[in-house]
Ligand binder design. Structure first.
Ligand SMILES: Nc1ncnc2c1ncn2[C@@H]1O[C@H](COP(=O)(O)OP(=O)(O)O)[C@@H](O)[C@H]1O
Ligand SMILES: CC(=O)N[C@@H](CCC(=O)OP(=O)(O)O)C(=O)O
Length: 314
């Protein structure tokens, strides 16, 4: 019998503390034990996590997010991160004195704006998240939809109808991308190598033209193409709320349509729920909308009995 050596990173003193049967240590052990069925349930699952620009504004919370992602990976989950960065793009456009506007939740994207979106998303944010995951002890590689043609896109073709006049017209949002295809090979290669993919929602067409894609839409398309077990959409509210402000813990795709028709769901929640519904229809096990600002939101959702946000299933 050869005793396995202690990992060098853990000093002996920590070990003796951990061995002492204090109430605090006992509580930690209980929590870990209670999580066992959930850890077993999610082992081997592919979970696409959309990490939005609002959720990442606080530096301490960002590092905590990275630690939780590494914890998931250590528990056998295959997390795939798709990030946004809307507020950060807006801040950089502001510094460059470039005006910006949104139509139906999508940023009108001219040639200057697409350059800034690509620089902010693929440069600062993407590399920052990959680096935080590394600092937290994991391995991550940052990619954009241009790497290995991961996100093949085209100019968005969207028709809107004026509710007053009933007249329809084609929206021209410039270089906003509509996702045509997700090439999952590079994602599966990285996952197989134990590396967490971190993906920026910048798409490319066959001629090499760059497109700015909405990050929720990109996360949904990637989850659908991977046939992921779960899509987690981290946002800045507890989940989907009723008109009285109560959290819906679970919604079917049919109930979502009803809530859109009766005006319970409005604004930015509409594209988010459309993404969730489309992902579920594309074969994703469930989509969950949850509060990315909450401490340990991912762990609460996956490893506790209550879950954390609104679960949408078929
Ligand atoms: N029924 C609803 N439940 C929760 N949020 C809603 C609802 N209807 C509209 N919203 C709005 O949707 C917002 C989330 O969408 P958005 O701001 O686009 O999020 P993100 O920036 O995280 O992508 C909420 O902050 C809230 O203002
Ligand atoms: C076309 C379009 O609107 N693209 C988004 C991409 C970033 C994004 O979606 O970021 P959040 O998830 O933080 O909102 C934008 O330019 O803001």
């Amino acid at each position: 019998f050869i005793a396995s050596p202690r990992p060098a990173a853990l000093p002996t003193q920590r070990r003796s503390l951990a061995l002492s049967n204090t109430a605090a240590n006992q509580a930690v052990a209980e929590v870990l034990s209670d999580a066992l069925p959930y850890i077993m349930e999610h082992t081997g699952e592919t979970i696409v996590i959309k990490y939005g620009g609002h959720a990442m504004e606080d530096a301490a919370a960002s590092l905590q997010f990275a630690k939780d992602v590494v914890l998931l990976k250590s528990c056998g989950v295959n997390p795939v991160i798709v990030h946004g960065g809307g507020p950060q793009i807006a801040a950089m456009l502001g510094r460059l004195n470039i005006e910006t506007s949104f139509v139906e939740g999508l940023r009108v994207t001219d040639t200057d704006t697409v350059d800034v979106a690509e620089m902010v998303l693929c440069g600062k944010i993407n590399k920052g998240i990959a680096s935080s995951i590394k600092q937290a002890g994991g391995r991550a590689i940052g990619l954009s939809g241009k790497d290995d043609n991961l996100i093949l896109a085209d100019k968005l073709q969207k028709v809107i109808t004026d509710p007053g006049t009933g007249i329809s017209k084609m929206l021209d949002l410039g270089y906003v991308g509509e996702i045509k295809k997700v090439n999952t090979k590079i994602i599966s290669d990285l996952v197989a190598a134990g590396i967490i993919p971190v993906i920026a929602p910048i798409g490319v067409d066959e001629r090499g033209q760059t497109y700015n894609c909405n990050a929720d839409t990109a996360a949904g398309a990637i989850a659908g193409a991977l046939k992921a077990n779960r899509l987690l959409l981290l946002t800045d509210v507890k989940g989907v709320l009723s008109k009285e402000g109560e959290l819906f813990e679970e919604l079917t795709t049919e109930r979502v349509s009803e809530l859109m028709r009766d005006g319970t769901i409005t604004g930015g929640m509409i594209p988010k729920l459309n993404t969730a519904v489309n992902a579920v229809k594309a074969g994703v096990g469930a989509a969950i909308i949850l509060d990315g600002r909450a401490r340990h939101a991912l762990l609460l959702e996956l490893y506790t009995s209550g879950g954390a946000g609104t679960l949408i299933k078929g």
